[in-house]
Design a protein around this ligand. Structure first.
Ligand code: NIG
Ligand code: FE
Length: 410
């Protein structure tokens, strides 16, 4: 049976040519149809056009009431599989401790690791599944999820198996990332090199053996992993076909962007600290600069220089970083609003950043991120609105009427 969407006020972002990403000045424009219709068949976008549509008798018809129809969000950076929560640390933060101070006291990532090691795989799945449904309701169709709260082989595998189960259970398209080098666990505190060896010699082969990850990540930043260690881990991952997507330059000019680009990273993420050298390196690469404004908001950090990147001709993706420590929200509508309010991006720039460029940042540019015949029918239908700009402008309230994933109304 076909699903026909009629009365679409504005159909965004239509693209007949599959371009991998959109960058620089072009980020501010999208191809769109007004007063449009769209047909979904076998879970894919079949065709679309302007004006009236005459459905077949068997078609299921959805009246969009003049709303916007756009690609579902492509959230290319999350840690949404975790145990428990860390609101206590949030209070410590309000009282004046920094993210790094909390981490040094054994809080932060190590706190989540302690909770996770005590949680069974089934329990971890039960805790994570509502977060998956929550982001679906908020319009996310494709998402990257990282491990990194295990910090030993058994618990890293447990996390990655839960990610796999979420992909089987829900209509989300999920890419999974092995992030063993997220922090140095307590039992390796005085032997960081020993932990790096364990990541390389034990964890990466075990993850590859079970085919549990698409990407490999390292937290390359001040107080976490060095450029040299990052390089060694990425090289080891490459031997097993794991492409890098790394955490870089959140806390300092860490050299993370350079080492990521050198290893052909699909994306480098965070980027609060970006200067001329980093811009130049990114310009010559196929690496997607990915900004996580929710983490800057929640931690009170400076925001990444999105305007400088776009004016330098770079593409930019925006993602939620959904995690218990630095961004406990997977709400991509809010991410868009932060893009406008804090990063000074324009409405269509943020739209491109959370759809097409997010899809590229997780290797899904052929199937997600634009309204293109043949691509997966993962779409958002908004409330009636005259202009797409209303959606990120009306921050804090959802403008989503319905979400369709793989051609199925959620
Ligand atoms: O992306 N920066 C490193 N990792 C996460 C935070 C993880 C945590 O605090 O639990 C991030 O912000
Ligand atoms: Fe992160």
């Amino acid at each position: 049976m076909r699903l026909v969407l009629k009365n679409i006020g504005s159909l965004l972002i239509t693209a007949h040519e599959p371009a991998p990403w959109v960058s620089g000045k072009e980020m501010a424009s999208v191809d769109a149809l007004s007063n449009a219709w769209l047909v979904i068949e076998h879970g894919r976008i079949a065709c679309y056009g302007e004006g009236e549509v005459i459905p077949f008798p068997d078609d299921e018809v959805v009246d969009c009431n003049g709303g916007v129809v756009m690609p579902a969000f492509c959230d290319s950076h999350t840690h949404l599989v975790y145990a428990g929560s860390r609101e206590q640390e949030y209070e410590d933060k309000i009282r004046g401790l920094s993210y790094e101070e909390i981490a040094r006291r054994g809080g932060g990532i190590l706190n989540s690791a302690k909770l996770l090691s005590k949680t069974s795989e089934d329990d971890l799945f039960e805790q994570s599944l509502p977060r998956a449904y929550e982001i679906i309701r908020s319009g996310t169709g494709a998402v990257e999820i990282k491990s990194g709260y295990g910090l030993n082989t058994r618990d890293e595998l447990k996390m990655l198996r839960v990610i796999k189960r979420l992909a089987e259970e829900t209509e989300l398209t999920i890419r999974s990332t092995f992030l063993g080098a997220h922090a140095v666990p307590a039992n390796f505190r005085s032997d960081q090199e020993g932990y790096v060896r364990q990541v390389i010699e034990e964890m990466i082969p075990a993850v590859a053996q079970e085919k549990l990850a698409d990407f490999i990540d390292v937290f390359c930043d001040r107080g976490f992993f060095t450029v040299e260690q990052t390089g060694q881990i990425l090289e080891a991952g490459a031997k097993y076909g794991l492409a890098p997507k790394i955490h870089a330059n959140e806390l300092d000019y860490s050299g993370g962007i350079q080492v990521g680009v050198r290893h052909h990273a699909r994306s480098v993420d965070h980027l609060e600290f970006v200067g001329e050298e980093e811009l130049a390196v990114l310009k010559e690469s196929g690496t997607m600069p990915t900004i996580l404004p929710g983490a800057s908001l929640f931690l009170g950090l400076t925001y990444a220089p999105a305007r400088k990147m776009i004016e330098a001709g770079l593409p930019v993706a925006l993602a939620s970083d959904y995690n218990p420590g630095s961004s406990p929200s997977g709400n991509m509508e809010l991410v868009m609003s932060l893009g406008i309010m804090q990063l000074k991006m324009l409405p269509f720039e943020v739209l491109n950043a959370v759809t097409r460029n997010g899809a590229y940042a997780m290797g899904l540019e052929d199937t997600h991120g634009t309204i293109t015949p043949g691509k997966t029918a993962s779409l958002i239908i908004t409330e009636p609105m005259a202009d797409f700009g209303f959606m990120p402008y009306a921050y804090g309230s959802s403008q989503i009427d319905r979400v369709i994933l793989n051609g199925k109304i959620q």
